[in-house]
Design a protein. Structure first.
Length: 62
């Protein structure tokens, strides 16, 4: 198995957080990664097929 969980910029080894960015294309949102240690972002080309609103409803707190 091949993993992408080590930051190429700072060598942080415990994975990434995700963030969302509006994409060109109606209703689409890019899902990107950001290193929680140094803030380096990565775009792997993940795009949602559709999303109704870019304003999320708050859910449960865990």
């Amino acid at each position: 198995m091949e993993d992408f969980r080590v930051c190429l910029s700072c060598d942080y080894k415990k994975g990434f957080h995700v963030f969302f960015r509006r994409s060109k294309g109606k209703g689409r949102v890019k899902i990107c990664l950001i290193c929680p240690n140094c803030g380096q972002s990565y775009d792997l080309g993940w795009i949602t097929s559709s999303i109704k609103s870019f304003k999320p409803d708050q859910g449960l707190v865990f």
